[in-house]
Design a protein around this ligand. Structure first.
Ligand code: AMP
Length: 372
């Protein structure tokens, strides 16, 4: 291999959303050029790399993959059967096995249980009759019903608080669905790990606040007592799925227990703070892992860190940028209710300063965003 090949390489990414945009930005200084496949030629990643417009279908995937040295994905809903038919000489990471599990909530929960990782109670549901029987005999109301596939940001799920309006859930159960126990959690955590061929590293666990199923705010918790347990669960999953790349697992916390909710076989929204808050971000570490480079340090670079999602409408940029220790990331998307438009990261060294800046951001966001 000549020097040029060692120092520079291309990475082909399936999906061209903001995760792709941030992967490509992390790759530029490392000599990694990203190319994307996305149905939308103006997807956010188009700002940081070339987007091939195309659906995630056999012919398009084959043509795109033929140009690739390495393949990864930043979008989860890509048909695994089509991926399995791509030329095997082009490394595709994370594994198709991991993507397949992440695409189906039932498969995810079954994997957790098989590995001895606690979950809430769950049942596969295919009809209203079955739903009504389960609620009568096996899982008391309140409960939550979710589509097994394609749900995201609170879409494709409904809370069930009484049995009189079950008919409204017809649309959800006519797809394959999962009925789950509603967890009365203390708070939610995610754990992000990065797995290379011979190395692995974990970021501090992250406390996440969701509203209506959408992530609003994330904060890493340093030296948290559940860090070791969370890491051990990720390790089990990574071993089972022969995992290379960044892996995220979301948990509910009740007391000292972690109840696994779902996995994301990719960089994750709750890890966006790592761009400024860690020595090496989740994006750079994902690239390093899948390209066989040494992993970067996951150590944090400030005493306090928070990340806020910008949802629905854009806040006043002048006000935000006037705040100290504040970093703005916009995804160049048009405003729409429920849409993630960007995020804000605050990294500060004292609690007082951190609380003050966060209060200001909370106010700016509250005045600019639709009520959730
Ligand atoms: P999910 O799509 O499963 O990540 O759900 C999105 C969000 O909805 C979670 O982060 C929780 O805030 C909430 N949620 C989902 N499932 C449950 C559950 N079984 N019990 C309580 N809250 C839940």
């Amino acid at each position: 291999m000549n020097k040029q090949q060692v120092n520079f390489c291309n990475l082909h990414i399936l999906g061209g959303g903001q995760l792709g945009q941030m992967l490509a930005l992390a790759g530029i200084p490392l000599g990694i050029k990203c190319f994307f496949l996305d149905p939308n030629p103006n997807a956010p990643a188009a700002l940081s790399g070339q987007v091939t417009q195309g659906a995630f279908q056999k012919a398009t995937l084959q043509t795109f993959a033929q140009l690739a040295q390495h393949l990864t994905f930043e979008f989860e809903n890509i048909p695994c059967e089509e991926l399995a038919q791509l030329p095997t000489n082009i490394p595709l990471n994370p594994s198709i096995k991991a993507l397949k599990v992440a695409q189906d909530r039932l498969a995810e929960k079954q994997l957790f249980n098989r590995l001895g990782i606690p979950t809430n109670k769950f049942f596969a549901v295919n009809s209203l009759e079955q739903l009504s029987k389960l609620l009568e005999n096996d899982l008391p109301i309140p409960a939550i019903l979710k589509t097994r596939r394609l749900g995201y940001d609170g879409k494709g799920q409904a809370r069930i608080s009484n049995s009189s309006n079950l008919a409204n859930l017809h649309d959800l159960v006519k797809q394959e669905a999962l009925l789950e126990e509603l967890v009365d959690f203390d708070y939610e955590l995610s754990c992000i790990g990065v797995f290379g061929k011979t190395q692995q590293a974990f970021y501090p666990v992250i406390k996440n606040l969701h509203q209506d199923g959408i992530l609003v705010k994330s904060e890493p918790l340093y030296q948290h007592p559940l860090q070791g347990l969370a890491e051990s669960y990720l390790q089990l999953i990574a071993n089972e799925l022969e995992y290379i790349g960044v892996l995220t697992v979301e948990f509910f916390v009740t007391g000292q227990c972690l109840i696994a909710n779902e996995i994301a076989p990719r960089v994750h929204n709750s890890g966006h703070w790592t761009i400024e808050g860690s020595q090496c971000s989740q994006f750079e570490n994902h690239l390093r892992a899948i390209l066989g480079l040494p992993l970067g340090s996951t150590a944090t670079s400030s005493a306090y860190c928070s990340m806020w999602n910008i949802l629905h409408t854009h806040p006043d940029k002048n006000k935000l940028l006037a705040l100290p220790k504040t970093h703005l990331h916009l995804y160049h998307k048009s405003e729409r209710p429920g849409r993630k438009l960007g995020h804000i990261t605050v990294c500060s060294d004292t609690r007082e300063e951190h609380e003050y800046i966060n209060q200001q951001i909370a106010q700016f966001l509250a005045t600019s965003q639709y009520q959730l």
